[in-house]
Design a protein around this ligand. Structure first.
Ligand SMILES: O=C1O[C@H]([C@@H](O)CO)C(O)=C1O
Length: 554
């Protein structure tokens, strides 16, 4: 593959993504950051310079496994794979993209994703190879949620006693575009917002998808929201899902689709409707009581002007708590024939109970009663160089008390903080059962999208209530989809299998950024002794900084 060089300057910028002025994080003067487009086998060489004034940064390449050549130091997770990049410093992300698909990148330090640090990353097949589906043109939609409070204010609120929850996002964004103080569809929907009067060249003008009649378009869709789960639909048009998290799936048609934070999709759209009209593409909030208006874009049949608004209302987003609708969609996702099958047996199973808890009166999320607090020395260096006082050496619990009542608030809400690591033998096959439960107070249970770094996993199944050993009989081994993000539904469980075959240290966490901030994650490690030479710039902080770099030992 060829080497593609990029220079990325991460900076704060003043923009008007929803027609109002906000501070957002961008790259090279662009918000969202530039789209990276590469071919399978290419080496991406990204010199990323921190142009922020007074805080560190890192960028994670979401869905890229860093596995082909073994570059775990390029995964872009602060405290896990590298030291945060200080203002004025440059870090070199150099890695191979080994598989086609729809990916994205985003900040992975503090809550810089909520500060809107993200962009798209698309990997094409090598020239001459064809996708297993035909299309005449393509679009790329990166979905996000815009906040009118700064990520710093959000972090402090989440770390305050009592909790100051961040609430709901102000504006959903499609390719960084939304409208806050007006609506594109106020004529059609019950809104107090005035009709937007936009010329089309504003930063907050809607994304237009220009199409010709009777063609097939591939729409790539990825969500890097901080909180919101979204439902996407296009009036009058079916969507045929063909790709999920960089893996082909058995195609299926839907009228609308759920997209959780951390997921990516490709859908095919046939432009087989009346070409003398335009149509709405909508994204609406699901899974939490929506306080955010729909985000809108326009499907424009080029036969008419893009400025002619659709003459019918935007699609209605399914009810936020219609979880059966969500489950029906998610369970339709099955592997395409030819997808690698999961190994028949696993070497070990870990059960991870997701709960909302208290630690010294602070509201936290915890896994088997441990709330993750990242250490100052990144694990990759501290494990490789056996710096044993860098983090808790006792591994975190692999199960939870079997008499735990998942349908009730916790009897004892107290959890502990910790930063221990689940250590796997290289090439071990691991089953993970994610178990959902009731929230801290009152009745309720939320959807959490769990994202694994460094691997794909097979989704073996989703179930209701508390996982029982007999539930393994319900696992789907023959068409288990490969993914890097999977949700747990309210009061349910999700079973995953993966092969710990990628030497390195990998985050596995809820992709809802405030939940990760509140401790909702774990750290996996395997074969770290096999990791090649870690670049110095990954090790300059904490105890690796002191013991290796300052002493001139590295
Ligand atoms: O972590 C969360 O905290 C709030 C709520 O449970 C307490 O205010 C909420 O909706 C979350 O998802």
């Amino acid at each position: 593959g060829r080497v593609r060089h990029y220079k990325f300057d991460v900076e704060y910028m003043i923009r008007k993504p929803d027609c109002l002025e906000h501070v957002v994080m961008g790259i090279n003067g662009q918000f969202p950051g530039p789209t990276i487009r590469a071919e399978v086998g290419d080496i991406l060489d990204i010199a990323l310079t921190n142009k922020l004034f007074s805080e560190g940064t890192v960028v994670h390449w979401h869905g890229i496994r860093q596995a082909l050549v073994g570059t775990p130091w390029a995964d872009g997770t602060a405290s896990i794979s590298q030291c945060a990049i200080n203002p004025g410093e440059t870090y070199h992300y150099r890695f191979t993209v080994d598989r086609p698909g729809t990916y994205f990148y985003h900040g992975h330090y503090g809550m810089q994703r909520a500060a809107e640090l993200y962009g798209s990353l698309i990997v094409d097949l090598p020239k001459g190879q064809n996708e297993p589906f035909h299309y005449d043109g393509e679009f790329n939609l990166l979905l996000s949620d815009l906040w009118h409070t700064s990520s710093h204010e959000q972090e402090v609120g989440l770390s305050t006693k009592p909790l100051k929850w961040i609430g709901e996002p102000q504006t959903p964004l499609i390719n960084g575009r939304g409208q806050f103080n007006c609506s594109l569809a106020s004529k059609f929907i019950n809104t107090t917002l005035p009709q937007c009067h936009l010329k089309g060249d504003e930063e907050c003008a809607p994304q237009i998808l220009d199409v010709e009649p009777n063609k097939t378009y591939r729409i790539r869709i990825a969500s890097t929201t901080s909180l919101a789960a979204l439902n996407l639909a296009i009036s009058n048009h079916k969507l045929v899902v063909v790709e999920v998290d960089g893996n082909y799936v058995t195609p299926f048609a839907v009228d609308d689709m759920d997209i959780y934070s951390g997921e990516s999709y490709s859908v095919l759209l046939h432009t087989n409707q009346n070409p003398n009209k335009n149509y709405w593409l909508s994204i609406g909030v699901r899974g939490r009581k929506p306080k955010t208006p729909q985000g809108l874009a326009i499907l424009n049949y080029k036969t008419i002007s893009a400025l002619i608004f659709p003459t019918s209302p935007p699609p209605i987003t399914p009810l936020w708590n219609d979880f059966e609708h969500s489950k029906a969609f998610t369970k339709k996702i099955i592997a395409k024939m030819g997808t690698p099958q999961p190994p028949e047996h696993s070497d070990r199973t870990i059960l991870l109970l997701n709960t909302q808890n208290r630690v010294d009166g602070f509201t936290k999320w915890s896994i088997n009663n441990v709330s993750l607090t990242l250490p100052p020395t990144p694990y990759l260096g501290s494990i490789k160089f056996k710096i044993n006082n860098a983090f808790d050496q006792t591994p975190p619990p692999v199960t939870f008390q079997q008499d735990y009542h998942i349908f009730n608030p916790p009897v004892n809400p107290n959890a502990t903080i910790g930063n221990g690591v689940y250590m796997f033998n290289l090439n071990e096959v691991v089953d993970v059962i994610l178990q959902n439960a009731n929230q801290l107070i009152g009745n309720g249970s939320e959807i959490h999208p769990w994202h694994l770094h460094g691997h794909d996993f097979w989704v073996l199944g989703y179930g209701e209530g508390k996982f029982k050993s007999g539930d393994v009989k319900k696992f789907n081994f023959t068409q288990a989809p490969l993914r890097n993000t999977a949700v747990i539904f309210p009061y349910g469980w999700t079973a995953l299998r993966f092969k710990a075959d990628n030497p390195g240290v990998w985050a596995f966490h809820c992709h809802i950024e405030p939940h990760l901030h509140m401790g909702m994650g774990v750290v996996f490690a395997e074969g770290v002794h096999k990791v090649g030479k870690i670049p110095r710039e990954a090790l300059t902080c904490g105890l690796t900084g002191k013991k290796l770099i300052e002493n001139g030992r590295y």
